[in-house]
Write a protein that binds this ligand. Sequence first.
Ligand code: SF4
Length: 490
Amino acid sequence: MALLTKSKYLAGLQCPKLLWFLINDKEKVPEPLREAQYRMDVGTEVGVLATKLFPGGISIPTNDFKGNLNITKENLSKNVPLFEAGIMANNCFSRIDILKPNSDGSFDIIEVKSGTRVKDENIHDVSFQRYCCEMVGLEIARCSLCFINNQYVREGELNINELFTIQDITAEVVQAQQDIQERIDEFFNIIKSPNLPSVSIGGHCSSPYSCNLMDECWGFLPKNNVFTLYNGGKKSTELFSKEIHSIADIPDGFKLTNNQEIQRKCEQTGEVHIQPFEIKQFLDTLIYPLYHLDFETFSPAIPKYDNSRPYQKIPFQFSLHIEQEDGSTEHISFLAEGKEDPRPAFLVKLKEVLGTQGSVVVYNQVFEKWVLNTLARDFPEYKGWVNQILLRIVDLLIPFRSFNYYHPSQQGSASLKRVLPALTEESYEGMEIADGGDASLRYEEITFCDVTEEERAKVRGNLEKYCELDTWAEVIIIRNLKEIVGNSNI
Ligand code: SF4
């Protein structure tokens, strides 16, 4: 009979269909993407670090399933914390990050997470562990979650007592455990059934985890489906429940926002929506020379540098196209080298090239402003300069977020990746690195992992190409917007 592991129990809570696939048709479940794998690796690293909070503990090897169970049994009476203890009962198997004995013979469960707060799924996760422990006769006194304190500021050696927060979640776990036996029985029935459970798609496909079976279950939807409705939220779900799948099929009486109406109209007519007057108003705010700017950052869970916090966005790269009013451009870039904190060199170079006047054009100012403000906080000698730059920022997202221009191929998105091919001949297709998440993962890999010089050089080249396209995209988007306004004779 198949085992119900902790991860499968959590999968069952998210979606019975996912649980069924994981046991009965595993080949259909794609391997986790690079980003998901990275998050798992971070979780492992954080888990190992947290064991240092419990000196004298024993790490139970996990490479051999039966060995892990046996070694756990042998060590339960040793009165020391056990790391990765394996507990199996009634075909339910759970591995416990930290199982800490108390003087009265009871144990505490401490689950380590790389997140920065307690989430519902963590409670269910621990309730399953507690269930397994109790089924083999262990008394569990307390359950806690050990997670990252994102207010911790590193200075010198890592202070793990400050890096981690431990929160008692016993009451929540006991509550979540109330109907656990019924749930487990139901999950075993699903596992045993030869038939795939019938489950509709919906919000549960991306929460609490992004399901790897999206292609399998969502593939029947048309390209411009109701889930691509701009800021669709509950409206998308409502439309889908009424069996309206395509945006073009949304009936006239259905209440939509102005932008959603534009999207629907474009879908129905196949035409582009253009508001030349509003686009001109935006273009009139630009002051030449234009400094088209884009940052790339990475966010280590465990802070690597002094004066930085867990998950803080650390800028390691920028691309800058300086464009004069006559259309001539110059490209300047920065990509950090080595393991040192990239921020000082980043700031020196950025200050050197950003000039003193002219608009600083970014795409989605929230990100660049956040990075600049954080740099000013951590390097106060740059505060005055940063404040001047902030005043010069113009956000090229504005005309697209306002639907002053909308092309059906944008599929309800105003992101640069969608706007660029909609408005120009260029796109990110075929690029080795094609989004910010990938850029940050690849930078971390070539900076902190063991890779060949050849690989490092190749990835650095791809990072340069990717970031350069982000700012070149801004240049050509503005050129196209100008042409649109010019052709409209306003
Ligand atoms: S994509 Fe959605 S419906 Fe399909 S298995 Fe995953 S969670 Fe379930």
